[in-house]
Ligand binder design. Sequence first.
Ligand code: NZQ
Ligand code: ZN
Length: 380
Amino acid sequence: MNNFTYCNPTRLVFGRGTIARLAEFIPADRRLMITFGGGSVRRNGVYDQVARALEGRDWVEFWGIEPNPSVETVREAVALGREHGVDFLLAVGGGSVIDGTKLIAAGLRYEGDPWEIVERGSATDTVPLATVLTMAATGSEMNSGAVISRQETREKRAFYGNYPLFSVLDPETTISLPKRQIACGLADTFVHVLEQYLTRAGQSRLMDRWAEGILHSVREVALRVLGDAPDYDAAADYMLSATLALNDMIRMGVAQDWATHMIGHELTALHGLTHGATLAIVMCGTMRVLREQKRSKLLQYGERIWGIAEGTEEERIDRAIAATEEFFRSLGLSTRLAEEGIGAETVAEIERRFTASGVRHGEARNVDGAVARQILEACM
Ligand code: NZQ
Ligand code: ZN
């Protein structure tokens, strides 16, 4: 196991009716700005719950943080926050609202353009922020990362801001999600675990078992959270799984991959494809192309997650990859680029972008432009 430092300061407030407790956690003397997406919280009653919980307090509202939040929108929010002397942010929504708000938090304490913070990769100073999460997927409610798009150049890049001070997670808020969003969230959660698990075997028994526990839980509840009848227990297990999948807990002292995510971000930047949908396509391509490097872990994954214990190593790896693809398909997601109308031109553009920036992703730092091309070609 590698050396590591672990410190996750986010207070998790979890369960039915917990939005009502909001005022307990926001200092009364703060100048508060609440940020929202496109309006789902008005339709599902979350906005009213937040407003009731904060009755008697003043706040400024910023609406319109879009899926794959853009720096263009963040600039507007920073200007509004400055105008009102905002010194506390509450993001109410999914990963996009939270990520956008992480850059607003950094932008309020930065003189230059917020995109410079994204380019630098991390923020030095931030306004405190908290969240009310309405969609299980990204883990942004309990981590410091954020992914921001820049529409004018069709880029999408990650940076590190600060952890939310607290996050309120009421699984009932997720019941109103469209099935497609739930499916994309499930794929995102599953792939978050794989990015931290599917490298090489024998690094940490404990990290392996935690990661496998999340994979099993997501598999078990997937069709129940996608079903027509609201199922609180399944929604709760899934919501907590998504948070624990990306809150630093399962990556202590082990190698991490993230090449699938980096390629997926390019597909979103170039085609607007939803984040989880990009991962359901790219993940199996990564497994196919890097099967030698990931051999020991692919065998362990196949056996412990999918019960594949018979046959030669090659057969077992083939079956583990096929089982993964079948899982994504069972969620109703595409697993091939052509199904989303994405072809050779995009593959060439992603290779060009990776090569031009000189990136080398993955646990072995070997996913450059040429390997990204192989991965994408393996999911044609
Ligand atoms: O904008 P509104 O009207 O709120 O609608 C949203 C949006 O259209 C809707 N929605 C959210 N909660 C709902 C709901 N609709 C009905 N009922 C509810 N309860 O769902 C749509 C998608 O929301 P979004 O926030 O975009 O989804 P998600 O949570 O999947 O976030 C995706 C973004 O997070 C980034 C992705 O790249 C993408 O930009 N990620 C952030 C990470 C992080 N910070 O750690 C890690 C991830 O790997 C990911 O990259
Ligand atoms: Zn993700």
